[in-house]
Ligand binder design. Structure first.
Ligand code: ZN
Length: 238
């Protein structure tokens, strides 16, 4: 069961179309697992639509809400295609992510969109025995977006954050000193926080990660992590 959710500011900015694309994708992925946040975003979108009607009397509230509901998620998909960081789109709540023969991992549609030929087709880099990372270029923002695949029972190197990190669990689960996280959880870490995520033993863990700044590896792991940092930078064309 999902226990960690985007805070009110994330949801409000998402509903208003004010979140930069990398973070909007993380919120959209969470919404596909979380009916509670989907309904919050829907309420915020409805409020926004009513406000728009008061500002633009020619549009009825129903028209505005219908339009948002029908177009919002598709518009987010179009933003991904266009690498657009525009601030004017209001993405509507997405439907739940479901496991099917076409989507055996049950990945959110927004992630399927980022990896149209399947997640295995992405450019994965291997770091140590347990960690693979596939950088995803989605816009020209300063954030890094990537999929992380941690082998069952595997540990990531301990690292410290220079900026905010958002992690959305897409498959499996992991734990760190703060707690245990399961599929759908939206976990935010802030600058200066250190942690060492460890995947649970029974299954691989796949996460969508949005990083404000590259992480600073602790000295013990520096030699291991240096190629990892270089890889991410080259993958993002910086
Ligand atoms: Zn939620």
């Amino acid at each position: 069961m999902v226990s960690f959710h985007p805070d009110a500011k994330f949801l409000t900015d998402f509903a208003a179309g004010n979140l930069p694309l990398s973070e909007a994708i993380c919120v959209a992925a969470h919404l596909e697992f979380c009916s509670k946040c989907r309904s919050h975003v829907q309420q915020l979108s409805d409020l926004g639509a009513q406000l728009m009607v008061r500002l633009e009397p020619q549009l009825t509230a129903a028209d505005a809400a219908d339009s948002d509901e029908r177009q919002g998620f598709e518009q987010l998909m179009q933003r991904i295609d266009a690498g657009d960081t525009g601030m004017t789109v209001t993405p509507a709540p997405a439907e739940p992510a479901r496991v099917s023969s076409a989507n055996p991992l049950g990945l959110p549609r927004v992630v399927q969109k980022l990896a149209a030929d399947g997640v295995q087709s992405l450019k994965w880099g291997q770091f140590g025995k347990s960690l693979r990372i596939a950088p995803i270029r989605i816009d020209k923002s300063s954030r890094e977006t990537a999929l992380y695949d941690i082998k069952a029972g595997g540990r990531m190197p301990e690292h410290e954050h220079r900026g905010e990190e958002i992690t959305v669990l897409l498959k499996g689960s992991f734990s760190d000193a703060e707690g245990k996280y399961v599929k759908g959880d939206f976990v935010v870490r802030h600058a200066g926080e250190r942690h060492q995520p460890t995947a649970t033993l029974d299954t691989d863990c796949i996460c969508l990660v949005s990083l404000e700044q590259p992480v600073k590896p602790s000295s013990f792991w520096y030699r291991l992590m240096e190629p990892f940092v270089q890889y991410r930078l080259s993958g993002l064309g910086n």
